[in-house]
Design a protein. Sequence first.
Length: 240
Amino acid sequence: MGKLFDSGQLSIHFGHDEASLRRHFEKGLDRHVSLVLTENSTNMLSAKVINGVMNVRLQRMFLDAGNDVIAEIVLFLKNKKSSMPNFRNFIRENREHIRRKCPKTVSINTAGRHHDLRPLFDRINAEYFGGMIKARITWGIKSSRRTCRKRTLGSYTGSSNIIRINPVLDKKNVPDYFISFVIYHEMLHEVLGEGLQGGRRRLHSKEFKNKEKLFNDYERATEWERKFYSNVIVPKHPGR
């Protein structure tokens, strides 16, 4: 997904979903890509070219992977001899999660150490969407990236209708209204889907951006992001 904030504000990169990840691969490979997300517990990534289209099968958990991991996947798809240390580390760190998950079953965890997503989700759903949002919400998979300057803070997966929030936000000094803003952003994706702009599919259409600004704490959330992004969202030792 693209930038949440524009107009000179420090950008936050929100979550990958199937459509945005496919477009990312297409841009990096400069060719058409067919992407299938799997629940495979042994084969994390495979790819082959059929009739000029790169057919990629990728374990679904990589929707929560960082840009460093995604960049390695692109290099692998270009040249299968590429080493992938970040990719392998991400698998190793989340192996337990893969093994305990039954096929096509997603573990839902809304209660964090400092923030419970459930009441935030319910309040936003009622206040802005009249209770029409049917997605489930959960904290995402933890990552051990220690020096990444931009993080995926939220994502919406249409096929499973799940909103994932990065657990880097589950800290005492992250305000509820900012987490609520991330949740609201992802809810808009369920409602609006992909828009068209200039004949191309856009996740963040003009309509999307206009509706995003209807969030009551929009100004406060963007102000908080400007002041605290570097030392709250991306600490040197995330997870402490």
